[in-house]
Design a protein around this ligand. Structure first.
Ligand code: 8X3
Length: 302
């Protein structure tokens, strides 16, 4: 059911409407810059290429997932305005309730083009200047050999990781180009760099994300819009629980005794890329736990 809620911290007034399916919470913006280490970070004019940088409005898809929550917390700690999207209403409200920055939250299924377009078209005025888009929604479904896997899983992975990412990017990119200010941060995966057994479509969609990121760079060099592909390896998040469709035991085994990355490890990489001076574009960051590495090429001897 479509729903919108606006909450101000003073009045806690609640407004419900019938369309679109958005939930919004607004808090009076903080004034001035914030301190990060010994340097003040502040929103920066596109011409000041050397100053410390902080995005003003960060849009995070899949915000209730493991990475998404860590991104939201770390960008909130920087004082950025946040736009959070998720399919999960209760989890999104809960996360938003923990963050004390100007925040807009929306229920969006990124596999649905009409939902993305409606979401972008109805962004509140204070949240229209998105200058950092984090395409985080996606994920894997299944880990069977290709010849035993489920076609619905394949198509869902393509819709979530590819169609949703390009649709939202296509909707917001012209605004960034016009503003001459922006950063698209895609959450890829080591799976896009190294094909592994039973990875098939997941590996393929993450390879798409990596190459799409690189190709976007080629079109944006004159427009002060940055593009970064973040490529995490084994990280302990609900990723495996989703991949194994709720099989908690199987999911736990993925991380058992492996000392995997945490969501905060990846969030630190994302925040680092997003806060480089404007002259710096971090093309890609591949991060693995110390306990993970690429394997040898396989040879089957029948
Ligand atoms: C997930 C990383 O190593 O589990 O994107 O495929 S891995």
């Amino acid at each position: 059911m479509a729903q919108a809620i606006t909450t101000s911290p003073r009045t806690l007034a609640t407004l419900r409407c019938t369309s679109p399916s958005l939930v919004m919470r607004s808090i009076a913006p903080i004034a001035g810059g914030i301190l990060c280490g010994r340097r003040a970070l502040r929103p920066m004019a596109a011409t000041n290429m050397s100053a410390p940088y902080r995005p003003q409005t960060v849009l995070i898809t899949g915000a209730t997932g493991g990475f998404g929550q860590a991104f939201a917390r770390q960008f909130a700690a920087l004082g950025c305005n946040l736009i959070l999207t998720s399919r999960r209403t209760d989890e999104l409200k809960k996360l938003a309730g923990t963050l004390s920055v100007p925040l807009h939250q929306a229920i969006v299924d990124v596999t649905k083009r009409d939902e993305i377009e409606k979401f972008v078209a109805t962004l509140p005025a204070d949240f229209q200047g998105v200058d950092c888009l984090i395409n985080n929604a996606g994920g894997a479904l299944g880990l069977e050999p290709a010849f035993e896997s489920n076609l619905d899983d394949w198509l869902t992975m393509i819709h979530a990781n590819v169609t949703g990412l390009v649709t939202l990017t296509h909707a917001l990119l012209p605004r960034m180009v016009q503003a001459k200010r922006g950063h698209i941060i895609n959450i890829g995966s080591v799976a896009g760099n190294y094909a592994y057994p039973n990875g098939h479509v997941y590996c393929a969609v993450k390879a798409f994300v990596g190459h799409f990121s690189a190709a976007l760079r080629a079109d944006l060099i004159a427009h002060n819009v940055r593009v970064t592909n973040i490529e995490p390896g084994l990280a302990e998040t609900p990723f495996s629980l989703n991949r194994f469709k709720g099989d908690a035991e199987r999911a736990a085994k993925v991380y058992e005794h492996a000392n995997p990355l945490t969501a905060d490890d990846i969030a630190e990489a994302v925040v680092w890329a997003a806060t480089r001076p404007a002259r710096v574009n971090i093309n890609r960051i591949e991060v693995m736990p110390t306990t993970q590495a690429t394997g040898p090429l396989a040879v089957y001897r029948g």
